[in-house]
Design a protein around this ligand. Structure first.
Ligand code: ADP
Length: 400
């Protein structure tokens, strides 16, 4: 069975075609700058690459590019479109409506649309992606939606309720939802496998550190708390996002500078974090390099990030009543070994010991345990694979 996984953004659309026989990626690619010119790149599992500037006015035109590439004589990987058994879509916000993946029908699309106020950029683009997919692939290919928020739906009210007047939860569903759930789910399951334990018996903290970052506390396979909130702005500092702040910082700056809510939103989401502190870049590699060559603000940005990761691990260890495993994943978690060791060295008080050599080796897609055999907590680097989770859920639902 071959499954097409789609991640539709407002101006981009990423895809992977996965062969579920061996879970290998047969082809993958990205449509960029949809609606503003257009750039398309398609790579096959056996290394053929097709890349071109091509006008894509909307998501339907982007899907036509994907379809043509998959079927192409030179760069294709299938002979006929009906070889694609099902399509799985990544959806950012499932709100309180969706606690698990579901097969797409008109009610599901309406449900995703009704959540647009909670994720304006993302959910609107996902709906465009689903509709475009229906246009190009037709209604006979089943489509499934997999939600970033779903894995966090097990959080108890004490973890997801914000202490603002309760009427705003009732009126607008303002609460913590959490994001990157598909990634936290994948690495937590993989972590239990690597430990050779039933996930029901493991307490773990998973650190998804990328351009967007979130940290999650998982007990017996169920999320009890996570750092992102109503939107992916909450939690630890990120590439361009603030993470958690005293809310008065927002009203204070807005008043001083005369910023509108939308201008504040841009400042908090796009101009803060690594970029805002360092003034160098939003990219961890650039900021780390600048810090190493003596840039004080870049060094401060790194110190803040590591300190915040450390504090989250400490507080989630308390929330879990102890921790058996810590997992690092995503661009920074999988590659920036200096942050991992700097954080873990400060956890020595609770018996965490990381092997410097194993830590240095675990980069660029290498999976493995980086803690020493006598460490009281197992520490892992596990490359995430959200597309595979989406493909597995899609297969399971269409086979039902
Ligand atoms: P996104 O949230 O956009 O999916 P990623 O998970 O790709 O982000 O993470 C991007 C971050 O990871 C950047 O800050 C970058 O510096 C870091 N990163 C990505 N790849 C590498 C790498 N090979 N080596 C070091 N850092 C990397």
């Amino acid at each position: 069975m071959k499954i097409l996984v789609i991640n539709a953004g407002s101006s981009s659309m990423k895809y992977q075609l996965i062969d579920m026989e061996d879970e290998s990626v047969i082809a993958k690619g990205n449509c960029e700058r949809i609606g503003a010119g257009g750039h398309f790149k398609h790579t096959t599992g056996d290394g053929r690459v097709y890349e071109t500037d091509v006008v894509m006015n909307n998501h339907t035109e982007a899907f036509v590019q994907i379809k043509n590439a998959l079927l192409s004589d030179e760069y294709g990987v299938i002979k006929n479109l009906d070889e694609v058994s099902a399509i799985g879509h990544r959806i950012v916000q499932g709100g309180a409506l969706f606690s698990e993946s579901v097969i797409v029908n008109e009610d599901v699309i309406k449900g995703i649309e009704s959540l647009i106020p909670l994720a304006p950029l993302h959910n609107a683009a996902h709906v465009q992606g689903i509709r475009a997919c229906l246009d190009v692939f037709g209604t006979e290919v089943p489509e499934v939606v997999v939600f970033d928020t779903a894995f966090h739906s097990t959080m108890p009210p004490k973890a997801f309720t914000y202490p603002v007047p309760y009427e705003y939860y009732e009126k607008y569903a303002v609460r913590r939802y959490g994001f990157h759930g598909t990634s936290h789910r994948y690495v937590s399951q993989r972590c239990a496998e690597l430990m050779g334990k039933d996930i029901k018996d493991v307490k773990m903290i998973t650190c998804h550190l990328g351009n967007g970052s979130s940290i999650t506390a998982i007990k017996g396979g169920k999320v009890i708390d996570t750092s992102m909130g109503l939107t992916p702005l909450d939690g630890i500092m990120m590439g361009t996002r603030t993470g958690s702040l005293d809310p008065s910082v927002v009203t204070f700056i807005a008043e001083k500078e005369g910023f509108t809510p939308s201008e504040m939103d841009t400042l908090l989401n796009k101009k803060s974090g690594f970029l805002g502190i360092s003034g160098v870049s939003s990219d961890d590699r650039d900021v780390t390099a600048a810090a190493e060559s003596g840039n004080e603000r870049a060094k401060l940005a790194i110190d803040i990030l590591e300190y915040q990761i450390l504090k989250y691990i400490g507080s989630y260890t308390a929330a879990l009543g102890g921790v058996d495993a810590i997992v690092f994943t995503a661009g920074i978690g999988e590659n920036q070994c200096s942050h991992r060791i700097n954080v873990c060295d400060q956890l020595a008080y609770m018996g965490v010991k990381v092997d410097a050599e194993l830590n240095a080796k675990a980069t660029r897609g290498v999976e493995g345990k980086i803690s020493t055999p006598d460490s009281t907590v197992d520490v892992f680097v596990i490359p995430t694979n959200e597309e595979l989770v989406i493909a597995r859920d899609t297969m399971a639902l269409v086979q039902k």
